[in-house]
Design a protein around this ligand. Structure first.
Ligand code: SAH
Length: 227
C-alpha cells in the first residue's frame, strides 16, 4: 500500500465519495492507458468531491468535466492524469511546475503530489480564492497563487521545470516558451486549423524547441486579461 500525501488521508469520504470510488476511477484510468504509478496514486488520493459543489458530488468520480461556476469547468480526470504523466515523462526535474488556469484547484492538487513547488495562475479572482480554500483545507502548502493573466506566465519565478496549461490557446504564448528551463516541457491545448483543439507538448532544448502534437481535447478558452 502506497501512502498518500500526509494530509490527504483525512479526506476519506463515504458512499459515492469513498476511497473505493477513487480506487475504481484510478483503475479505470489505468485500463485506458495511464501507466505512471505516481499519477495513479495522486488520482487515488485526491478527493475530487471536495473541489465541486455538494449538489454534484454523486458525479464527482465520473470521468467527465463538471461545472465549477463562472462558466468554467473542472477538468476530466483522464485528461488531468494524461497531461500530468506526459509532463513527468518529459521534464528533467520535478522541482518547480507552473500551472496556468487554477480553476477550482483539482489539477493543482494532483501536481502538488508530483512536484515540490507548484506556481499557479488564474485570471478569475473568485475562482482563485475558492481554489486556495480547497487546497489549504487539504493541507497542501507548497502552492503559490497568482491572480494574473496566464498569457504572461509568472516571470518573477521563472524559469520552470515544467508548465501545464488547462485552457485552450489560439497559439502558444511566447512568454510561456521563454519561461521554460532548458530541458523543461510545456503541455498546452492549442486550437488547430481544423477548429479542433489538440494537446501540444513542447520541449526546450539547448538551442531550440521541439514540438509534438498529441491527442484531440476539449477545453474552455484561454482568455486575455483579468476578471
Ligand atoms: N485546472 C482546472 C481546470 C480549470 S478550467 C481543474 O483542475 O479542473 C480553465 C481555467 O483557466 C479557468 O478557471 C479559467 O478562468 C482559466 N483561465 C482562462 N484564461 C486564463 C488566463 N489567461 N490566465 C489564467 N487563467 C486563465
Amino acid at each position: 500500500m502506497v501512502e498518500s500525501h500526509p494530509h490527504l488521508s483525512h479526506f476519506i469520504g463515504k458512499g459515492h465519495t469513498s476511497q473505493r470510488v477513487r480506487d475504481k476511477l484510478a483503475a479505470r484510468l489505468q485500463q485506458q492507458g495511464v501507466s505512471h504509478p505516481q499519477v495513479l496514486d495522486a488520482i487515488r488520493f485526491t478527493p475530487r468531491h471536495s473541489f465541486i459543489d455538494a449538489a454534484l458530488s454523486t458525479r464527482a468520480y465520473d470521468d467527465t468535466a463538471l461545472p465549477i461556476g463562472y462558466a468554467q469547468t473542472i477538468s476530466q480526470p483522464y485528461v488531468v492524469a494524461k497531461m500530468s504523466a506526459c509532463l513527468l515523462e518529459h521534464c528533467q526535474s520535478t522541482r518547480r511546475v507552473l500551472e496556468i488556469g487554477t480553476g477550482c484547484g483539482y489539477q493543482t492538487a494532483v501536481l502538488a503530489q508530483l512536484f515540490e513547488q507548484v506556481y499557479t495562475v488564474e485570471r478569475i479572482s473568485g475562482l482563485l480564492q475558492q481554489a486556495q480554500q480547497n487546497l489549504s483545507a487539504l493541507g497542501l502548502r507548497q502552492i503559490h497563487y497568482y491572480h494574473g493573466d496566464g498569457y504572461q506566465g509568472w516571470q518573477a519565478h521563472a524559469p520552470f521545470d515544467a508548465i501545464l496549461v488547462t485552457a485552450a490557446a489560439p497559439k502558444i504564448p511566447p512568454a510561456l516558451l521563454a519561461q521554460l528551463q532548458v530541458g523543461a516541457s510545456l503541455i498546452i491545448p492549442v486550437c488547430g486549423d481544423d477548429g479542433q483543439q489538440y494537446l501540444e507538448l513542447i520541449q526546450r532544448g539547448a538551442h531550440n524547441y521541439q514540438h509534438q502534437r498529441l491527442d484531440p481535447v476539449k477545453f474552455v478558452p484561454l482568455r486575455p486579461g483579468l476578471s
